[in-house]
Design a protein around this ligand. Sequence first.
Ligand code: PLP
Length: 466
Amino acid sequence: MNTAAKPPANQRSTQQWQAADAAHFLHPFTDFKSLASKGSRVITRAENIYLWDSDGHKILDAMSGLWCVNVGYGRQELIDAATRQLKELPFYNSFFQTATPPAIELAELLAEVTPPQFGHVFFSGSGSEGNDTVVRMVRRYWDLQGQPERSVIISRHNAYHGSTMAGASLGGMSGMHAQGGLPIPGIVHIGQPFWFELGGGMTRDAFGLEAAGWLEKKILEIGADKVAAFIGEPVQGAGGVIIPPATYWPEIQRICDKYGILLVSDEVICGFGRTGNWWGCETFGFRPDLMTFAKGVTSGYIPLGGVMVGDRIARVLIERGGEFNHGYTYSGHPVACAVGIANLRLIQREHLVDKVRDDLGPYLARHFEMLAEHPLVGEAQSIGLMGALQLVADKASGKTFDAVHEVGMLCRGHCFGNGLIMRAVGDRMIIAPPLVMTHAQIDEMAALIRRCLDLTLADVKARRWL
Ligand SMILES: *Cc1c(COP(=O)(O)O)cnc(C)c1O
């Protein structure tokens, strides 16, 4: 126990923060021992698209926090909405035939900005909880349809659907399945539509059809009368910003329709304008029965998630379901919902979705075309304001680096050192910057990316990994 008098919280030195952090705080998705020896970077404040750490360094946040701060930091409208609601009614639940105005109003607003089949929402506190709700809701739906044996949910390898038992089971991350006895029963996985890795000489479009065909194969293997739903992210986010071929989702839709299987779109990253439409399913041309959302619904200012429930399911739950024995203390939390309303209004008022589609997305794509020329980059892909640069050892053949070299981590280190937050998924460098960027800020970001690629290339050459 440290009994020395502590300075006021906001005046501690970086070293003091790091010592207390290492002593008490178990971080998510972190090697505790390694973090304790290195010390974490302590972020103390933020404005617009920039962060500052406890040493006063300014950092361009090209990941929007964790894919969520879509309207940028420091937006007064969101702060005011939370403050007003905290004073008026900081909490009341939505159990036992009660509701609060913000929860009702946000439900109404979500029905307005989602595709026409969505008239209802079920709130949760996060994306993971939303996907837990999805699992219970689709199985409940088939029970009520007199087909309880339809319980299997098909997902994909390298998908990310959260970290709760059901969320991590739906996800296809082998490292997560290896810990805690996952996946739970009744969840199976097919291959991902990752052309760069699995395309094997096919055109992108041909590969998209091939990858969607794996769903049909799996349905026939299990028996269509046992399959409840298929779930996927329109663009796999945490898996490495894997943008599927244009042929993929329409074919998935056709297969789900053919076998009467529910289609679930996990829009936790792709929703709220990220891909240039309100929803990723609009960008890729499919019509889900359920949509999970979280992150961007409040631009990360406060936790909130949920599931949009399509009319096909809502009608059955409402008319024949009786009590749905499921819910969270914070389902429809009034402060979170008040921030959600302010956030959606802001997105509407500033036309951020149109801006991403017509202006910022194409502008970023032009920078990515130039970055694609870099000797380290084997593939550069972007859609709306998310993108990935695949680092390769041999540009001509697309040969990747030996994984043990961790070239992605090397590049990420240079990003940190140069005031840029960019994430590494293996050797895929990914970004999802705030939707409020200016052209000048995109230029600035692209220049930083180029500098970090150059520094990484110099390292790789010095180590003779090329
Ligand atoms: C982040 C994420 C989740 C999980 O959301 P949490 O709020 O972290 O529980 C689920 N699905 C996708 C696609 C995500 O990116």
